[in-house]
Design a protein around this ligand. Structure first.
Ligand SMILES: Nc1ncnc2c1ncn2[C@@H]1O[C@H](COP(=O)(O)OP(=O)(O)OP(=O)(O)O)[C@@H](O)[C@H]1O
Length: 303
């Protein structure tokens, strides 16, 4: 990740309601149907040697993903290394969330393969954290910001053991990383959308994942929150965590990612943004007649 930036103006198709992300429930107030990640045992020998041996966080090998018999995404091929950021780009229904679900091991790969931290996706889940969109979560559930962030530690300590001092310190450090150190006692549901998004990132940071997946984390987030999110992500990348972020903000993707995967039911391009977001490929993905990439962002127009 190249680091934080301010939000450029971008015109891309609006997000529609096709949404496979988890809905909130009383039992799972923060979308925990999906994994929140796990503590990476610091100094874990196996994990360290894995990383040293391959440096590969994520590998797609001609992967196709289906819902039942209906293949909605195919020909995904590329590699993401530790400490690097991959942006998933594509119009509504392109398959971004579907790909994230497959990386989480929640959807089977119907052909080809996806390898996460050297393993099958389901086998790597303990080392993968997922940040859902904050607005998919139940705001009425009475839980504090600090409690939400502490949830990031539970995968490591187990749900029966109580979090210890080290867990609380890690949770507080994670809140500091997203610029919300003073909000720990506040009720989660009373924060703004952008602040809740930052709390969810803090929860993922507290889990110390080796791979972090974010599904449109910048939706409805103001520049201050976006800046805080990007700073925290850059810090995390510095520790070797690989990040996959799905976004509709092409210009932001261009700025923050090392690699871009451009999708529309299949992979159109995978590589550095300058190559993957070339006008011809954007046109192919979005069906636009004219594509302009400049200081003002990326503009797709139709004739
Ligand atoms: N549970 C499901 N069962 C069957 N098809 C699904 C399911 N969820 C999504 N799809 C289909 O898979 C395709 C990809 O959807 P997906 O949600 O992954 O797109 P997306 O790129 O994340 O879109 P958006 O930008 O709108 O969030 C779409 O055609 C969608 O209709």
């Amino acid at each position: 990740m190249s680091g934080p930036t301010s939000a450029p103006a971008v015109a891309v198709p609006e997000q529609a309601s096709t949404d496979v992300r988890p809905s909130a429930s009383e039992q799972t107030p923060v979308g925990d149907q999906l994994p929140v990640g796990d503590q990476l045992p610091v100094g874990d020998q196996a994990a360290t040697s894995d990383r040293a041996a391959t440096g590969t966080a994520l590998a797609f090998d001609d992967a196709a993903i289906a819902y039942g018999r209906s293949t909605v995404l195919h020909s995904v091929h590329g590699t993401l290394h530790q400490g690097r950021t991959l942006a998933l780009i594509g119009p509504n229904g392109a398959g971004k969330s579907t790909l994230i679900r497959a990386v989480l091991g929640l959807l089977p790969v119907s052909s080809g393969s996806i390898t996460v931290l050297g393993r099958a996706p389901a086998a790597a889940r303990r080392e993968v954290a997922y940040v859902p969109q904050a607005d998919t979560l139940d705001r009425d559930f009475p839980i504090s910001v600090g409690q939400v962030v502490l949830m990031g530690r539970y995968r490591g300590i187990g749900w029966i053991r109580r979090p210890g001092r080290a867990d609380r310190a890690a949770a507080q450090a994670a809140l500091e990383a997203v610029g919300l150190a003073d909000r720990s006692r506040d009720r989660f549901g009373l924060l703004s959308g952008g602040q809740r998004q930052r709390v969810l990132l803090a929860r993922a940071i507290a889990a110390e994942p080796r791979l972090l997946l974010l599904d449109e984390p910048f939706n409805g987030v103001d520049v201050v929150s976006q800046e805080a999110l990007l700073t925290a992500l850059a810090t995390l990348a510095g520790t070797g965590t690989a990040t996959v972020v799905s976004t509709h903000d092409l210009a932001l993707a261009q700025t923050i990612s090392d690699q871009v995967c451009l999708l529309n039911g299949r992979q159109i391009a995978f590589g550095p943004a300058t190559r993957a977001l070339a006008p011809d490929q954007l046109r192919e993905a979005y069906g636009g007649a004219a594509v302009e990439i400049g200081g003002a962002g990326v503009i797709v127009t139709r004739t």
